[in-house]
Design a protein around this ligand. Structure first.
Ligand SMILES: [Zn+2]
Length: 311
């Protein structure tokens, strides 16, 4: 089988936002043989059409990596209708479409849109594999429908790592105001505790449903990564088909991150050099006890499932 015909192996980081996925995906992509491309589901909306900043801190159109990918895939991004791809993406990616992605009867207009999007993404992934020369592409799109769509992309060997972080830290992170260094100081999106807690349960349940399919699946808890980064990285990289990779970028409680080409994600994607590996536990002091209890009660099924103590 020639290189061009070999399936492209995608390590998909799935789960809920603000679970440490940017840091962990970059760590996974920092070893030899792997490359992190960030949240690829935003390729069309943030990269190709809006020319936003890549993880390497250059605008998308000025990033040599993404320009080479565009050339390898389509002879240049100008040869794809990016606005149409953004529309297609929007029309099939909503969380309420999960049943339409998994249950029979997925024919008609929805099925055609999924097919068209998946075919184009197959070409993108082949371009990424060719330009990066990596055998594992780390896609931190997280969204359950992104993972479901990837199952339909031809020529992809998909593996899922479900990343879970305790719900209180996730709720707290979505409720605080943070300015984005990668977008001129614009505020990051905020969500109410009700929305975050509901989505935490729903997204994790949807990603965990991959356990019942033929797609390889494994679980990683954010807190375990912070406590034992070398062990957890090695385990997941082995799962992705990269046995015993060296992780020389891990120091004592730190990680030394090179620049990468994350097309979108948390603002920390543009941070390079030595970053401390410390669990973000601000919620323990900042969250009122009453709110803490109600979040525990609401998310208890998931907390118990993923080994978080209720007290
Ligand atoms: Zn770049």
């Amino acid at each position: 089988m020639s290189v061009a015909q070999q399936p492209v192996r995608i390590l998909f980081v799935g789960g809920h936002g603000r679970s440490g996925s940017t840091l962990i995906s970059r760590a996974l992509g920092a070893v030899d043989g792997a490359s992190c491309v960030g949240e690829l589901r935003y390729l069309w909306t943030q990269g190709v059409t809006k020319n936003q900043r890549c993880g390497c801190n250059r605008k998308f159109a000025r990033c040599a990596f993404w320009q080479e990918v565009g050339e390898a895939a389509f002879g240049g991004w100008r040869n794809v209708d990016a606005a149409e791809m953004a529309r297609l993406h929007h029309s099939v990616m909503r969380i309420r479409h999960v049943p339409r992605h998994v249950l029979p009867g997925n024919t008609g207009a929805f099925g055609r849109r999924v097919h068209q999007y998946a075919e184009t993404m197959a070409t993108v992934y082949r371009g990424i594999a060719e330009v990066s020369g990596s055998s594992v592409i780390v896609d931190s799109s997280k969204f359950p429908t992104s993972a479901l769509l990837l199952r339909r992309v031809p020529g992809v060997d998909l593996r899922i790592v479900q990343l879970v972080r305790g719900p209180h830290g996730v709720v707290h992170s979505w409720s605080r105001q943070v300015r984005r260094a990668d977008k001129g100081g614009r505020l990051m999106a905020t969500h109410s505790p009700a929305q975050t807690a509901s989505e935490w349960l729903a997204f994790n349940a949807a990603i965990e449903s991959f356990r019942l399919t033929s797609t390889p699946w494994t679980l990683m808890r954010y807190e375990d990564f912070i406590a034992r980064p070398r062990q957890e990285l090695s385990r997941v990289l082995e799962f992705a088909g990269l046995p015993s990779p060296e992780t020389p970028f891990l120091g004592d409680g730190t990680i030394d991150l090179p620049a990468d080409h994350s097309v979108a994600g948390n603002p920390m994607r543009i941070r390079t050099g030595v970053v401390p590996l410390r669990a973000d536990e601000e919620w323990r002091t900042a969250m009122r006890p009453a709110r803490r209890r109600i979040i525990t009660a609401f998310t208890a099924p998931g907390m118990l499932r993923y080994g978080y103590p209720l007290r």
